[in-house]
Design a protein around this ligand. Structure first.
Ligand code: AMP
Length: 194
C-alpha cells in the first residue's frame, strides 16, 4: 500500500547536547509512522537522523534512506531502512530526497541541515517545486537564525513573501499536520522540474 504522505526530514548527524532535540526527533518519526506516512531522509544511523528513522520504523512508517557511497561508513548507513539507496554523489542524494517527498521539514542540525533547508527554500522561491517547507524550532534553537532572516528583510535583501515560504513553529503535531495539508492543497500546474 502506498504511504499516505511522504515527508523529507533534514536534521543533524549529531544529537546536540540537549534532551529535547532527540525527544522531538523521536516525536516526528512517531507522528509519521502513526499516520501511515513515509520518512525520506539521509540514510544515516547516527545523531538525530538515526533517532527519527528508528522512531518512524518502530511506529510502522516506510523509511527511505538515501546516502552517498562516500558517506556510508562515516554516517553509518542504516541498513534496516525499508529502502536504502546508496548513490554516487551528494547531488544525487539531494535530488532523490526532493523527488521522493511531498513536503520538507528541518529539525535542529548543523551546516549540512542548513544547506539542505536553504536549498529547498530557494528552489521553492524560484518555482522549481511547490512543496511545503517547515522549520521545527526545538527549544529555541532556530531563534537566532530566524532573527537574522528578519533583519535581512529589514535590510532589504529579503521580503515577507520569501519568509512566508517556510512555516516555522515548535509544535510537532501542528507543524506536521499543516505541512501535510499544504502538500495536499498545492496546485501542480505550471511548475518547472526539479
Ligand atoms: P549536519 O547537519 O551537518 O550534521 O549534517 C546533516 C546531514 O546533512 C548529513 O547527512 C550530511 O551528510 C548532510 N550534508 C552535509 N553537507 C551537505 C551538503 N553540502 N549538502 C547536502 N547535505 C549535506
Amino acid at each position: 500500500m502506498s504511504p499516505a504522505f511522504s515527508i523529507c526530514v533534514y536534521c543533524g548527524s549529531r544529537n546536540g547536547v540537549a534532551e529535547p532535540y532527540s525527544d522531538t526527533a523521536r516525536a516526528v518519526g512517531h507522528w509519521i509512522g502513526e499516520r501511515g506516512g513515509q520518512l525520506v531522509y539521509g540514510g544515516g544511523s547516527g545523531g538525530l537522523m538515526g533517532v527519527v528513522a528508528d522512531a518512524a520504523l518502530a511506529a510502522g512508517a516506510r523509511v527511505v534512506g538515501i546516502i552517498p557511497q562516500a558517506l556510508v561508513d562515516r554516517e553509518w548507513a542504516k541498513r534496516d531502512c525499508t529502502e536504502l539507496h546508496i548513490v554516487d554523489s551528494m547531488h544525487e542524494r539531494k535530488r532523490m530526497m526532493a523527488e521522493r517527498a511531498d513536503a520538507f521539514l528541518a529539525l535542529p542540525g548543523g551546516i549540512g541541515t542548513l544547506e539542505e533547508l536553504f536549498e529547498v527554500w530557494t528552489w521553492r522561491q524560484l518555482g522549481y517545486h511547490d512543496k511545503p517547507v517547515g522549520l521545527l524550532d526545538v527549544a529555541g534553537y532556530y531563534q537566532p537564525l530566524l532573527g537574522f532572516l528578519r533583519s535581512s528583510v529589514a535590510a532589504g535583501f529579503m521580503n515577507d513573501w520569501q519568509m512566508s515560504l517556510v512555516r516555522s513553529g515548535d509544535d510537532v503535531a501542528g507543524l506536521l499536520a499543516a505541512l501535510v495539508q499544504d502538500a495536499g492543497l498545492r496546485d501542480r500546474s505550471n511548475l518547472s522540474q526539479i
